[in-house]
Design a protein around this ligand. Structure first.
Ligand SMILES: Cc1cc2nc3c(=O)[nH]c(=O)nc-3n(C[C@H](O)[C@H](O)[C@H](O)COP(=O)(O)OP(=O)(O)OC[C@H]3O[C@@H](n4cnc5c(N)ncnc54)[C@H](O)[C@@H]3O)c2cc1C
Length: 245
């Protein structure tokens, strides 16, 4: 059921970075989601004031009544600081969803002739729906067709870092981009994603990858525009903008 708001009880929280944490919610009656979808989260204050924001699902799959979100705190934001710092196990929120039909990947439903490689490109918290896609790829035995480029300010800012590192060990081709500071043993450059980085890290145009780009609006627009300039078919470049710059 997509239409209505469902109660969602916080059952686990995990610190991911100094400014982000993942939250697992039990949602009775949840009927599952595809990798890449999101939910709307509604908070209601004691005086009745309500706030609604969208959060991607790090989880995916058909049957479980547990979903996972990961939230990065936007300084001076209204909702994200509460979700990152204040929400406690046992608290009740409301969720609506799953939402989104376009930014989804269904590895086992793609027709064989259309099943090209998949390129994931994440900026910051944009990694959340892409982690759901990595989980789907692992379950479908399709890790070898998946590449990921993950742009973060510094190693400490990488949400789901351990899981992305494990996915790399399991066969996903992962490329890290550090925009402000890199690990001590880093041999690459430090800076924003540019055309050279994308040309180098992304599946070649001739392989006709399906590309998912997610993160802050400016990051997504820059990456997607650059990919199209490099020759990628706009129809195969799917984007999800989280807001902000
Ligand atoms: C489809 C979708 C999925 C999303 N999934 C996630 C997710 O998985 N994890 C996550 O952390 N966020 C996600 N977001 C962003 C989220 O919905 C909120 O916008 C974000 O948490 C900020 O909300 P806030 O109430 O704290 O800030 P607000 O009070 O709404 O905004 C405060 C200030 O921050 C700016 N701002 C708003 N959003 C951002 C942003 N994302 N980055 C930088 N500045 C911003 C605003 O322009 C404003 O100036 C998603 C957004 C969309 C549309």
């Amino acid at each position: 059921m997509v239409g209505g708001w469902r109660p969602a009880r916080v059952i686990e929280t995990r610190t991911q970075t100094p400014s982000a944490r993942s939250i697992r919610l039990e949602v009775p009656g949840w009927t599952g989601s595809d990798a890449g979808q999101h939910v709307d989260v509604r908070l209601t204050a004691e005086d009745g004031y309500q706030a609604v924001r969208s959060y991607s699902l790090g989880s995916y799959g058909p049957s479980t009544e547990v979903i996972e979100l990961a939230v990065d705190e936007v300084p001076d934001g209204e909702v994200s600081p509460y979700l990152v710092r204040d929400v406690r196990i046992g608290d009740e929120l409301e969720v609506k969803g799953p939402l989104g039909q376009f930014f989804v990947w269904r590895p086992d439903q793609e027709l064989p002739e259309r099943r090209g490689p998949v390129q994931l490109i994440a900026g910051g918290s944009g990694v959340v729906p892409l982690v759901a896609m990595i989980r789907a790829a692992q379950d479908a035995g399709a890790v070898e067709s998946v590449r990921m480029l993950y742009s973060v300010r510094s190693p400490e800012d990488a949400i789901y870092r351990d899981e992305v590192v494990s996915a790399a060990a399991a066969g996903v081709d992962v490329r890290w981009v550090y925009t402000r500071s890199a690990p001590p043993d880093w041999e690459g450059t430090v800076g924003r994603v540019d055309a050279d980085t994308l040309r180098d890290a992304v599946w070649p145009v001739e392989r006709e990858p399906l590309v998912f780009v997610c993160g802050p609006t400016g990051f997504v627009e820059h990456a997607a525009d650059t990919l199209v300039r490099l020759g990628h078919d706009p129809v195969r470049v799917r984007t999800e903008r989280f807001g902000g710059r």
